[in-house]
Design a protein around this ligand. Structure first.
Ligand code: S3P
Length: 178
């Protein structure tokens, strides 16, 4: 486990779409007395449109550029739980900023659990394909190493309840922030 610099007191959740970053982030923020921030919400504010609209009107590269801006913005504050978009690790600039601005936890899940969790909504442009499960597998394979190199700690969420994950996440953060 990496030591976290005294001034970098953020808890950052990374991981694929549908691994529970927002839900776990909100409960963890309450437990730690931190502010909850979601980089996807910051992107929507900066762009003035929804994520599907950004992808549709401007494409993924433009989305990634706004995502870097969002990360730079949230990294300026402390005492936050920061939930991030699943593709945040695909840009090296983001990986560097996230590692510097807090303690990074990777929420992992197997492709089937992810598919189960994301199949209920159409808010994720990258998964609007003919075979979303195959897309999940491909993207996971591309990103796995990037999540690993960015994270200080990993939690496999597939077999755990929300309460158990929140407990694991907040306890490891408390130790890291000592
Ligand atoms: C993306 C994940 C999404 C959102 C965008 C792209 C990705 O966030 O940032 O649709 O590339 O994995 P969630 O992980 O919160 O769904």
């Amino acid at each position: 486990m990496n030591e976290v610099q005294q001034e970098a007191r953020n808890l950052i959740l990374i991981g694929f779409m549908g691994t529970g970053k927002s839900t776990i982030g909100k409960f963890s923020a309450r437990s730690l007395g931190f502010r909850y921030v979601d980089t996807d919400d910051v992107i929507v504010d900066l762009a003035g449109m929804s994520i599907p609209e950004i992808f549709q009107n401007q494409g993924e590269e433009a989305f990634r550029d706004i995502e870097i801006e969002a990360v730079q913005k949230v990294a300026k504050s402390n005492n936050q739980v920061i939930a991030t978009g699943g593709g945040i690790v695909t840009r090296e600039a983001n990986r560097k900023i996230l590692k510097r601005c807090g303690y990074v936890i990777w929420l992992k899940a197997d492709p089937e659990s992810i598919f189960e969790r994301v199949s209920r909504n159409r808010n994720r442009p990258l998964l609007q394909t003919e075979n979303p499960l195959a897309t999940i597998r491909e993207l996971l394979a591309e990103r796995e190493e990037l999540y690993r190199e960015t994270a200080d700690f990993e939690v496999n969420t597939s077999e755990l309840t929300v309460d158990e994950i929140v407990h694991g996440v907040t306890e490891s953060a408390r130790i890291a922030f000592c």
